[in-house]
Design a protein around this ligand. Structure first.
Ligand code: 6PG
Length: 482
């Protein structure tokens, strides 16, 4: 029996996606893995899936009905190129290769271009939701050409998560658009996780509550406007007790956060595009700081403002926790706003027609940052598709206004107590930067003009100017050098 879709790479994400595909009416799934043992194991363990096992690329191609469609689920990087080369050897013009790994979008742009020359279609697709999402319904972010979407769309819709009756998949845009959006998703994921971690740290050190008690706080928050998968799992992690020591698990885990790179890419790309994603950057750097034990060790004796360990205790724990909740919500709005700003800038730069409202909708289910809150983002773009700053939409303006006093108090407390809250404080600084009528950037322009004749513009007339700093300090008209 010919398979209508194939999966290459049967590690946990690939296996689960293959099982998800096989469980949908009308699908027959061909599977291939570099080592056949993995293929054999999957097929034996899941006879119900009716997989078509294959042991070579030739067999894999022969098992697929034309035009062939294959989803690659291997670790992003050189391995992906190797698999693409093998598939191109056995595929024909009109066939479709989908890369479902966490590829860097510029690699996807390069691959799409190279593959297109052979007549085969290449689709870079972001897949979010981890192992469980892959099996039960991920959020899918395919890029690639329109023709492939016509074939792929119905299959992807059938396996994606469903949020409020809508499948969490849309054709994001051409070539690298899907992986670009997945990259920013991960950047936002980093920021959201860091913000939640800061909230936990502040509550723990500020009130002395135990992880289990803080788990109850998060569970409570999950019933309100912060409702999200990440808040939900935070409660579960905090509640977990280590079997070996009887201590809260969070206290026996080494406090050094890993990263596979996608958060860093989000920041690097934002720098190239000139987009201030300060919340995401703080989250990436907070992980870096945590992961330098040699630096932390020599810094352990640095003086704090108060005596050692003297974090000023909060007087009213409930009021404090409510302040932290509001600070978290406000900072989260900033992080998402910055992320969407990056997608908008990326779309403009790379010529993608990305519907930001549709992106927020496909993140409502299946993915790591899934949350009710994404509906508000969709509403904002529905009302004003060209919105230049997401957080200026009425719903967010109201929320930020409501949270503001608590947000400021929380940042003040963190600074006074010496508890690091980089994402909370940088989000607030970003907010105030946006609000400011005048920024000290004017002074920076003056400094740049002083030492490098970099010129400046005036508020009162058009043109570009330079002051003769080392001469008589009169002003002259100049060429615009930025
Ligand atoms: C997802 C996740 C997933 C992942 C990344 C980031 O959407 O399912 O974003 O892609 O967790 O691998 O992991 P790191 O934290 O290791 O960078």
């Amino acid at each position: 029996q010919a398979a209508n879709i194939g999966v290459v790479g049967l590690a946990v994400m690939g296996s689960n996606l293959a099982r998800n595909l096989a469980s949908r009416e009308g699908n027959t799934v061909a599977v291939f893995n570099r080592t056949y043992a993995k293929t054999d194991e999957l097929v034996t363990e899941h006879p119900e899936a009716g997989f078509v096992p294959t042991s070579s690329y030739e067999e894999f191609a022969a098992a697929l009905q034309k035009p062939r469609t294959a989803i690659i689920m291997v670790k992003a990087g050189a391995g992906t190129d190797a698999v693409i080369d093998e598939l191109l050897r056995v595929f024909e013009p009109g066939d479709i290769i989908v890369d479902g790994g966490n590829a860097l979008f510029t690699d996807t742009i390069r691959r799409e271009k190279a593959v297109r020359e052979t007549g085969v279609n290449f689709v870079g697709m972001g897949v979010s939701g981890g192992e469980e999402g892959a099996l039960l319904g991920p959020s899918l972010m395919p890029g690639g050409p329109d023709e492939s979407w016509a074939t792929l769309g119905p299959i992807l819709k059938s396996i994606a998560a469903v949020a409020e009756g809508e499948p969490c998949v849309t054709h994001v845009g051409h070539d690298g658009a899907g992986h670009f959006v997945k990259m920013v998703h991960n950047g936002i994921e980093y920021a959201d996780m860091q913000l939640i971690a800061e909230a936990y740290d502040l509550i723990r050190r500020g009130t002395g509550k135990s992880p289990a008690e803080i788990a109850d706080v998060f569970a409570e928050w999950n019933r309100g406007e912060l409702e999200s998968y990440l808040i939900e799992i935070t409660a579960e992690v905090l509640r977990q007790v280590d079997a070996a020591t009887g201590e809260p698990l969070v206290d026996v885990i080494v406090d050094q956060a890993g990263a596979k790179g996608t958060g860093g890419w989000t920041v690097q790309t934002a720098i190239d595009l000139g987009v201030p994603v300060s919340g995401i950057a703080e989250a990436v750097f907070a992980r870096s700081l945590s992961s330098h034990p040699e630096q932390r060790e020599v810094s352990g004796e640095l003086p704090g403002w108060h005596d050692a360990d003297a974090v000023p205790p909060v007087r009213d724990a409930d009021a404090f926790i409510e302040n932290v909740r509001l600070a978290l919500f406000a900072s989260k709005i900033v992080a998402y706003s910055q992320g969407f700003d990056e997608i908008r800038a990326g779309a403009a730069h790379y010529g993608w027609d990305i519907d930001l409202g549709a992106v927020s909708k496909i993140w409502r289910g299946g993915c790591i940052i899934r949350a009710q809150f994404l509906n508000r983002i969709a509403d904002a773009y529905d009302a004003e598709p060209g919105l230049p700053v997401l957080l200026t939409a009425p719903y967010f303006v109201e929320a930020l206004g409501r949270a503001q006093a608590a947000w400021r108090r929380t940042v003040v407390y963190a600074a006074t107590a010496g508890i690091p809250a980089p994402a909370f404080s940088s989000s607030l600084a970003y907010y105030d930067g946006l609000r400011a009528e005048r920024l000290p950037a004017a002074l920076i322009q003056g400094q740049r003009d002083f030492f490098g004749a970099h010129t400046y513009k005036r508020i009162d007339k058009p043109g570009t100017f330079h002051t003769l700093w080392s001469g008589d300090r009169t002003e002259v008209e100049a060429e615009d050098t930025h």
